[in-house]
Design a protein around this ligand. Structure first.
Ligand code: NAD
Length: 483
């Protein structure tokens, strides 16, 4: 395979960040560009020994960082926000190169990722406790919060910058130190983010990064090590459950952002134009490779034909091609393997009686895929059960709001839902009935660094962002004091 030559890429470290050093390893693995199928870089391939070195470095740095004044920790994060904001295009370029997504999606992700540094720089000095007389009057109750220690973070390939900063920013704000393990498909953006934190003044050992092609044994050894204090994982429900079995052995606190199977409801009386606009965003942001991507569309029978035709036209107008060209709305999927998994789901839907039509054409070379609308899908069929993670939209016609809510909740997942209702009041009433941690009402995007992100049921444990995010990295300590 040919090797891509690129200035932004050339500046990214390729080693492991352990303490203050970028460490190279004998073994390396390839990172490839899914749009061109070319090799972008060879990065260090950590084994168990290097991973444990990173834990030791993080552990050694913990005491000093925890004792650093919250304001001083905040200033490191604020500087990281400023550096990242000034270099959004470099970050976006790396995201496009290794993940394949469209330029506007990558720029949106880079800005969203930087915002976590800003939000948690503000939160670092706002952690409050409690001081009160016990109801019995026999003592005073003091409640304080303290950083947990070394936080192990595992991130997926679909948001290589934002999933890293959504963990690093609150952990560092809380006074924890970090060992970050990015997905093997997209390690370069995470290495770049770590370098931003170093440039912002994060002391040696506060941020460590291990890239590896063997996430299983490496993570198992890190989680078994008594110096590791907490796990923050974002990825599939399948891997999340495997990790929970491991963290259970040590009763290790675990924050889990897992898979989704988001329903999008278009209720009787909804504004179809608004619903189509929201549906395109909810389905196509990140090319459909998002845990928040609308996975199944329950549309009231009175609007079904109008909505489906308009939605298909809107998808058909999207331009598909290299994410490096800002004129393209839709880039490549992360790999040909991932594209073929999505296509298999389309074929399965056809076998089950669905009518799948590509909304437009896609380049034949590279991991590109046209968006598909699949009509005639019945609730319970494969596309309503599996997380599609690509640009495929199954439409299910419903006869009432009750039926839509019942079908929407009939899943083991509970991350997010989308409700298009005739007015906000009706939207909120229906949102209260959804078994999901987040609901977007009459809009196609909900994520915000200042809001709690997370799921119910098998979509996860805990929340990231908002006021809750920093508490995933803090222990609550109660002190009883005599009067
Ligand atoms: P994945 O679960 O395959 O991988 C996620 C991470 O886990 C990667 O870093 C991977 O290297 C690592 N991993 C894989 N096997 C492991 C093992 N045995 N032990 C330890 N670590 C292991 O997920 P993916 O394919 O990278 O990402 C897609 C999934 O992530 C989807 O299910 C999506 O919904 C989910 N996701 C969830 C959120 C959220 O916030 N809820 C956000 C983004 C993605």
């Amino acid at each position: 395979m040919t090797q891509v030559v690129d200035e932004t890429l050339a500046a990214v470290p390729r080693g492991l960040l352990i303490g203050s050093d970028w460490v190279s390893t004998d073994a390396t693995f390839e990172v490839t560009d899914p749009a061109r199928g070319e090799v972008l870089a060879q990065v260090a391939d950590a084994g168990v020994a290097e991973a444990l070195d990173a834990v030791v470095a993080a552990h050694d740095a913990f005491g000093g960082w925890a004792a650093t004044a919250p304001r001083a920790r905040a200033e490191v994060l604020r500087r990281a926000y400023e550096i990242m904001s000034a270099e959004l295009e470099q970050c976006a370029r790396l995201i496009v190169l290794e993940n394949g997504k469209a330029w506007n999606d990558a720029m949106g992700e880079a800005a969203y990722a930087a915002e976590f540094f800003r939000w948690f720089s503000e939160e670092a000095s706002r952690v409050s406790g409690d001081f009160r007389l016990a109801p019995s009057g026999d003592k005073t109750i003091i409640v304080d919060h303290q950083p947990m220690g070394v936080a192990y973070m595992i991130t997926p390939w679909n948001f290589p910058a934002a999933m890293a900063t959504r963990k690093l920013a609150p952990a560092l704000a809380a006074g924890c130190t970090a060992v970050l393990k990015p997905a093997a498909e997209t390690p370069l953006t995470a290495l770049w983010v770590a370098e931003v934190l170093r440039r912002a003044g994060a002391p040696s050992g506060v941020v460590n990064v291990i890239t590896t092609s063997q996430p299983g044994p490496v993570s198992e050894s890190v989680l078994a090590d008594r110096r590791t204090a907490t796990l923050s994982f974002t990825g599939s429900t399948f891997v999340g459950k495997l990790l929970l079995e491991q963290t259970a052995r040590r009763a290790l606190p675990s924050s889990m952002e897992l898979g989704g199977n988001a329903p999008l409801l278009v209720l009787q009386g909804a504004d179809v134009e608004e619903a189509v606009e929201g549906a395109v965003l909810a389905k196509m942001r990140n090319g459909g490779s998002a845990c928040t991507a609308a996975n199944r569309f329950y549309v009231h029978e009175s609007l079904a034909t109008e909505f489906t035709n308009a939605f298909e036209r809107a998808l058909g107008a999207l331009k598909i091609g290299s994410g490096l060209d800002p004129a393209h709305d839709l880039g490549a999927l992360v790999s040909v393997k991932e594209r073929d998994k999505v296509l298999d789901l389309v074929h399965k839907a056809e076998e089950e009686g669905g009518a799948a039509s590509p909304a437009t054409g896609a380049p034949a070379e590279g991991a590109f895929l046209s968006p598909y609308v699949v009509r005639g899908v019945t609730h319970g069929q494969t596309l309503t059960r599996e997380e599609i993670f690509g640009p495929v939209a199954p439409i299910i016609t419903v006869q009432s709001t009750d039926e839509a809510v019942e079908m929407a909740n009939d899943t083991e997942y509970g991350l997010i839902s989308y409700v298009f209702a005739p007015n906000a009041g009706e939207g909120i009433r229906v949102a209260r009935r959804m078994d999901t941690g987040m609901v977007a009402i009459n809009r196609g995007v909900a994520s915000d660094p200042a809001a709690p992100f997370g799921g119910m049921k098998e979509s996860g444990l805990g929340r990231e962002g908002g006021f809750a995010g920093i508490h995933e990295f803090l222990e609550t300590k109660y002190m009883a004091v005599d009067l």
